[in-house]
Design a protein around this ligand. Structure first.
Ligand code: 6PG
Length: 245
């Protein structure tokens, strides 16, 4: 069954993050009601920080003890590094909500060998989801951002990671950063029940219109996200400025 695709445009960034927080809470409460737990992979970068702050501020009563947090991608840096996605999530959310430490699955990105770090995270996923050898986890929700170049998670245009179809987590060499990024692969992203993209600001408007209305070959990585149930694109007005309707 094709997944439901939704595009929601909110007037301001504050409206966007409030709507995203409500969507997160809706998905979480539904998953917990149905199966007793909520598995979610968070996105990194700067956009989602405001969402995480809002979740902590307005939704501290959310059933955090039944919520299990993972990271859709991570930079190859230690957890206290300014560029660490874990550090950003810890400062904006984890230190402010009563989530048990055992419910947070951090990428061991301080490991010197990025391939070993990716393999370690894959092992954590396999163990938690009790996966059989060729099975992929199905997260209840994966949050994603959009890069101005059309990347999502750390699947960048032209990178080898776009081709990965069997591993869950890889160390993807990103030429423009001359660094590896640790990232979920497309099979994991597309095996999620729900995916929510959060896009804010005029700087993303051109790419947002290419992704949502363009016919690009090859498609941009963010255009190849096709989860099982629901794909929600949530943009503020500035990011949606170049959409035709
Ligand atoms: C990361 C993210 C990445 C991000 C986009 C958008 O680790 O940086 O996972 O995919 O979502 O690059 O980043 P901004 O929100 O900072 O624009």
């Amino acid at each position: 069954m094709p997944c439901i695709r939704i595009i929601e445009v909110l007037p301001t960034p504050d409206d966007l993050f409030r709507a995203a927080a409500e969507e997160f809470v809706r998905a979480g409460r539904a998953a917990i009601a149905e199966q007793g737990r909520f598995t979610v992979a968070l996105s990194g970068g700067s956009t989602p920080r405001s969402l995480y702050f809002l979740l902590a501020k307005d939704h501290a009563d959310f059933p955090w003890s039944q919520t299990f947090l993972f990271f859709g991608d991570e930079r190859h840096v230690p957890p206290d590094h300014p560029e660490s996605n874990y550090r950003m999530v810890k400062e904006s959310l984890l230190t402010k909500v009563p989530i048990p430490t055992g419910n947070v699955f951090r990428v061991q990105a301080e490991m010197p060998d990025p391939v070993a770090a990716a393999a370690d995270y894959e092992k954590q996923l396999r163990r938690f989801f009790e996966l059989r050898p060729n099975e992929f986890p199905s997260f209840d929700l994966i949050l994603l951002g959009l890069g101005a170049d059309g990347h999502t998670a750390s699947l960048f245009p032209g990178s080898d990671g776009l081709k990965e179809q069997s591993r869950l987590v890889i160390a993807n060499w990103v030429d423009k950063f001359k660094a590896h990024r640790l990232t979920f692969t497309f099979p994991v992203l597309n095996n999620a029940k729900d995916v929510m993209f959060l896009v804010s600001g005029e700087g993303k408007s051109e790419m947002a219109s290419l992704i949502l209305e363009g016919k690009n070959t090859p498609p941009f990585p963010a255009q190849q996200i096709d989860p099982k149930n629901r794909l929600a694109w949530m943009l503020d007005k500035a990011a949606a400025a170049r959409l035709s309707n």
